[in-house]
Structure formats: structure tokens, C-alpha cells
Design a protein around this ligand. Sequence first.
Ligand code: ZN
Length: 100
Amino acid sequence: MVKRIHKKIARKRIDFLFDEAAKAAVSNDLKLAKRYALLARKIGMRYNVTLRSRQKRRVCKRCYSYLYPSINCRVRLKDGKLVTPCGECGTINRYVYRER
Ligand SMILES: [Zn+2]
């Protein structure tokens, strides 16, 4: 049975893994960054914890690569959508946003 405390720990671990993934991406170790992103996703699935929206936007929807703008992906705004083509597999990830 998944208790609330387990979810809290999972959330912390996911945040930590995404921090580490960012550090790895900055030091040009994209393979390690991808591994961290995969682990974070798996932990999320195991404990039914959703990734934060800013974390979700950092992972390619198709190949699960960790996307770091200016290193392996671009970020453009088009027709009310945030468009980020994956630098690894070429998939175009789109996310809607609301202007305020
Ligand atoms: Zn991809």
C-alpha cells in the first residue's frame, strides 16, 4: 500500500533526480541526464506521483531524453503553444500555454 509518506519521499527523489539531470546536461553528459529522467519517471509511475509541469516539459514524449534548452533542444512559441523539437529523435513536443 502506498502511503502519503511514500509519495512525499518519491516527490523529493524526483526533484533531486531532475536537479542532477540538469547538472549532467550542463556538463554535457546527456546519457546520464537521460538515465536520471528515466528513473524519475519510473519512480513517479511506481508511486503514482505526477511530474511537475516544468519537469514534464524537460522530457521528450517519445524517446524520454532529458531536454535542456540550447544544449539539445530549442524552445519556440507558436500559436499559443510552446514548441520544443527534441534534439535526439526529432519529435516535436508541443505544450499549450495560457497568456496572462
Ligand atoms: Zn526525443
